[in-house]
Design a protein around this ligand. Structure first.
Ligand code: URA
Length: 458
C-alpha cells in the first residue's frame, strides 16, 4: 500500500477499506507518514467525506493505535461503566457536576478529560484551579479510585488513541477540524479506547460550538451513535444549545463555583437542566435497575425513576459529598470546595451595562470564550499557562428583558488594562432588540433556549 495512492483515492471520492485505514493510522503513529501527506489526506476527507462504514473503521483504527483501558470488573454487579463527552463549548462545566451526581447514584464514572483549546474550555483546566488537585494518575491509581470512590477524572495520556493526538494537532493548523467523519473519529476513538460500556455524548450546536447548525449537529450525533453501536457500546447523544454560554460563569474558578451551585441544586437554569439531563441519560445506560425498568415498564417510567434518583442525590447532599471525596482523593484542598469563596479570585471586576432597553436576542458564546482566552483564562497554543482566576460572568441571557443601564456582564481580570481590552471586545457580543421575532429552525441564533434540543439513541 502506498500513501500517495490513498490520498488520490480519497481526493477522487473513493471509499477506503478497513485495511487501508489501519495502514494509514499505523503510519501516523509510527511517524512514517510526513505531515504534508497527512494534511493532504485530511483535506481530501474534509471535501469528500466518508461513508458511515469508513468512519467506523477509521475510529476503530484510531482507537487501536495505542493503549486501551480495561475497566472490566470495576463496577458493582449488574452496573455498567458509563462515560460522557462534550464536543466542546463555552462555560461547559457539566462534567464537574454530572460526575459526582452519577457516582452518588451508585454508577462508577471514570473519565479521561482534556484541556481547553481556543474558545472552548476543558475540564482538567477547571479542576486544576482547586489547590493541590492533580490530573496525573497512573493506571493503577485510576482503577483503584474508580473502585473506592466511584469517581475519577484524569488527563488523557499520550498513549490513548495517539493517532488522534497527532492528527488533531495537524487538523488544528490546516483548516480541517470541521469535518464530520474526522470529528466523529477523533471523539469516538478516545471514548472507545477509554473502555466504558456506555457513552453519553453532548453534541453542542451553535456559535460557540464546532457544529453551528442543527442539521450539522444532528448528522454528527447520528454518526457517532452509529460508530458506538458498531463497536458494541450503548450510546445516547443529546444535541444541546451552545449559542450563548452555558450557565452564567465562563472561566475556570468561576465555573468550579457554579458547578458546586449545581451540585446543591442552585445552578443557573440552563446549566442545571443540562446537568440533570446528562446524568439521567448516564443512569439509563448504565444502571441495572433502570435498564430493567425500561424493558418492563417502558421509557417514560425509567426516565421518571432516573430523574427521581438524580434529584435525590442532589437534595440529600450526596452528590456534593461525592464531589468533595473525589477532589480530596486527587489531592485537592477540601476547604476550597466546601467554602468555594476561598478559590482564588481576580483582583479587578469591570461591569458592562446595557446602553438601551430591550430583549436579549443573541449573546455570542464564541466571542465570550475568546475574550476569556484574551484575559488569560484559556490558551491560544497547547502548553500556554492559564490564569484560573479570570473570566466573565454573564448577568443577562437570551430571552431576558433589560433596561437601559442594567448589568449585562462582569469581566474578572488580572489588571485594569486587560479588563478594558476584554470589555471592548465584548461590546458587540449582545444583540438587543425591541422584540423577538421567530427565525428559521436551522439558523444559528435561533436556539438559545431550551438547552436540550434533541435526543438520539442506539
Ligand atoms: N473534540 C475532539 O476531541 N476532536 C475533534 O475533532 C473535535 C472536538
Amino acid at each position: 500500500m502506498n500513501v500517495v495512492d490513498l490520498i488520490t483515492k480519497k481526493r477522487d471520492g473513493g471509499e477506503h477499506s478497513r485495511d487501508e485505514l489501519r495502514f494509514l493510522m499505523e503510519g501516523v503513529v509510527e511517524g512514517k507518514i510526513p505531515d504534508y501527506q497527512l494534511a493532504a489526506w485530511a483535506m481530501a476527507v474534509y471535501f469528500q467525506g466518508m461513508t458511515p462504514a469508513e468512519a467506523t473503521a477509521l475510529t476503530q483504527a484510531m482507537a487501536a493505535s495505542g493503549e486501551t483501558l480495561n475497566l472490566q470488573g470495576l463496577a458493582p454487579a449488574g452496573q455498567l461503566i458509563v462515560d460522557k463527552h462534550s464536543s466542546g463549548g463555552v462555560g461547559d462545566k457539566t462534567t464537574l457536576a454530572v460526575g459526582p451526581i452519577v457516582a452518588a447514584c451508585g454508577l462508577p464514572v471514570g473519565k479521561m478529560s482534556g484541556r481547553g483549546l481556543s474558545f472552548s474550555g476543558g475540564t482538567i483546566d477547571k479542576l486544576e484551579g482547586i489547590p493541590g488537585w492533580s490530573a496525573s494518575l497512573s493506571m493503577t491509581q485510576f482503577r483503584r479510585q474508580l473502585q473506592e470512590v466511584g469517581l475519577v477524572v484524569a488527563a488523557q495520556t499520550a498513549t490513548l488513541a495517539p493517532a488522534d493526538q497527532r492528527l488533531y494537532a495537524l487538523r488544528d493548523v490546516t483548516g480541517t477540524v470541521p469535518s464530520l467523519p474526522l470529528i466523529a473519529g477523533s471523539i469516538m476513538s478516545k471514548k472507545l479506547a477509554a473502555g466504558a460500556d456506555g457513552i453519553v455524548l453532548d453534541v453542542k450546536c451553535g456559535r460557540g460550538a464546532f457544529m453551528e447548525t442543527l442539521t450539522q449537529a444532528r448528522e454528527l450525533a447520528q454518526l457517532m451513535v452509529s460508530i458506538g453501536r458498531g463497536a458494541g457500546r450503548g450510546v445516547t447523544a443529546l444535541i444541546t444549545a451552545m449559542e450563548q454560554p452555558l450557565g452564567r460563569a465562563v472561566g475556570n474558578n468561576l465555573e468550579v463555583r457554579e458547578a458546586i451551585d449545581a451540585l446543591h441544586g442552585r445552578g443557573p437554569q440552563d446549566f442545571q437542566e443540562l446537568t440533570e439531563a446528562v446524568a439521567i441519560e448516564m443512569l439509563l445506560l448504565g444502571d441495572a435497575t433502570l435498564r430493567g425498568l425500561q424493558g418492563a415498564s417502558g421509557k417514560e417510567a425509567a426516565l421518571a425513576a432516573a430523574g427521581d434518583r438524580v434529584k435525590g442525590a442532589i437534595d440529600s447532599g450526596a452528590a456534593f459529598a461525592k464531589f468533595v471525596e473525589f477532589v480530596v482523593a486527587q489531592g485537592g484542598e477540601e476547604g476550597s470546595v466546601v467554602e468555594p469563596g476561598r478559590l482564588a479570585t481576580a483582583p479587578v471586576a469591570l461591569e458592562m451595562r446595557a446602553e438601551r432597553e430591550g430583549v436579549i436576542r443573541g449573546l455570542d458564546a464564541r466571542a465570550v470564550g475568546m475574550a476569556v482566552v484574551g484575559l488569560g483564562g484559556g490558551r491560544r497554543r497547547k502548553g500556554d499557562a492559564i490564569d484560573h482566576r479570570v473570566g466573565v460572568v454573564v448577568a443577562a441571557k437570551v430571552g431576558e428583558q433589560v433596561g437601559d443601564g442594567d448589568l449585562l456582564l462582569t469581566v474578572h481580570a488580572a489588571d485594569g488594562e486587560s479588563a478594558k481590552v476584554a470589555a471592548a471586545q465584548l461590546r458587540q457580543t449582545y444583540t438587543i432588540v425591541e422584540e423577538v421575532v421567530d427565525s428559521a429552525d436551522d439558523e444559528p441564533g435561533s436556539f438559545g433556549v431550551p438547552v436540550v434540543l434533541e435526543r438520539i439513541t442506539s
